[in-house]
Design a protein around this ligand. Structure first.
Ligand code: SF4
Length: 169
């Protein structure tokens, strides 16, 4: 117990305080997104994510978008394990050669209507891995990408913002 108290006194508070402004922003953007999703789909938007060779940071930000601060699920964005249940395919990372077939098969397994989103600069054209021996063409060369979310990596608010812009068209 003494060690815990000593540690606390020496290090101070190491966790960050909850950002109320961010919370207000997420809440208002999220409610708008929820309305758009309901209008377009009549239910939640189901997304199947495939990492085709990312460094992990884009994926990490996507995971953050589902943490208790952003909690995209409460606004009707669900990440599903099976492509059979997905409306959208979200691709992260440069398209590595050994993921081409898996990516195509995932897309083919999805029911119509369906659409493809790329997240992060690598998914657009290989990004910093462009020209590497293991990177194939851009995702858009093999699948019909309708939305790209730029950034290296894009933050959860960027993801929310891009979905809002796309569904609001
Ligand atoms: S866009 Fe940046 S963060 Fe995302 S996979 Fe590529 S290098 Fe990593």
């Amino acid at each position: 117990m003494m060690n815990v108290l000593k540690n606390r006194m020496l290090k101070g508070v190491v966790t960050r305080h909850f950002d109320r402004d961010l919370n207000i922003q997420v809440e208002s953007m999220g409610l708008e997104l929820k309305e758009l999703i309901h209008k377009k789909f009549g239910r939640s938007l189901h997304i199947r994510e495939v990492d085709t060779g990312s460094c992990g940071a884009c994926e990490s930000e996507l995971i953050s978008a589902n943490n208790p601060i952003y909690d995209l699920q409460r606004f009707g964005v669900s990440f599903v394990a099976s492509p059979r249940h997905a409306d959208a395919l979200l691709v992260i990372g440069p398209l590595s050669k050994n993921m081409v077939i898996a990516l195509k098969k995932t897309y083919e397994a999805m029911p119509e209507p369906k659409f493809v989103i790329t997240l992060g600069d690598c998914a657009l054209d290989g990004g910093i891995f462009k020209g590497s021996y293991y990177v194939k063409d851009a995702v858009k060369e093999i699948l019909p990408v309708v939305l790209h979310i730029p950034g290296c990596p894009p933050k959860p608010l960027d993801i929310l913002n891009a979905l809002l812009g796309f569904l609001g068209r």
